[in-house]
Design a protein around this ligand. Structure first.
Ligand SMILES: [Zn+2]
Length: 155
């Protein structure tokens, strides 16, 4: 194994690799993993990477990832790759791009935005820029950045 810290191979589960250094805890938060669910979780932070200077890795035993979770991970860890493991083999490698539209995942920071006042209205943000990440509320045109997204996830 490349990283000696991760001793055992996953039988079935998910490996999220190339997470920007320091973001692994936010990724766990997106997945709702607190550590008391019983899944074996390996968390590696600030290890050397060929592609990036430093990276984090999260390995979760017996857990897959939904599309919604994958989208949120992409917003806070755009370099991340998601590997699905089955019977000790990587059966799927997903490298997600930030979607053009992010629907129903984030809250608009503008209190008078319709999405905060009408329960029927689902939040919708349009990608304005990828790096740095800038999303625009499709209703009130309020901009949010990567830090805003991270703050929402961690709050
Ligand atoms: Zn808005």
């Amino acid at each position: 194994m490349k990283n000696g810290l991760i001793v055992s191979k996953l039988k079935n589960g998910t490996v999220i690799d190339h997470i920007p250094a320091g973001r692994a805890l936010a990724v766990l938060k997106v997945l709702g993993i607190k550590g008391n669910e019983g899944n074996r979780v390996a968390l590696v932070m600030n290890v050397e990477s060929k592609k990036m200077q430093r990276k984090d890795i999260v390995k979760i035993d017996g857990r897959s990832i939904t599309e919604k979770e994958a989208q949120l991970i992409t917003l806070i860890a755009p370099t991340a790759t998601i590997n699905i493991v089955k019977d000790y083999e990587v059966i799927e490698k997903r490298k997600l791009d930030i979607p053009e539209k992010v629907e129903g995942l984030l809250k608009c920071p503008n209190p008078s935005c319709i999405t905060n006042n009408d329960i029927e209205a689902k939040s919708r943000f349009i990608k304005e820029s990828k790096s740095p990440l800038i999303l625009k509320c499709d209703y009130c045109e309020t901009y949010i950045t990567e830090e805003d997204v991270l703050r929402q996830i961690l709050s």
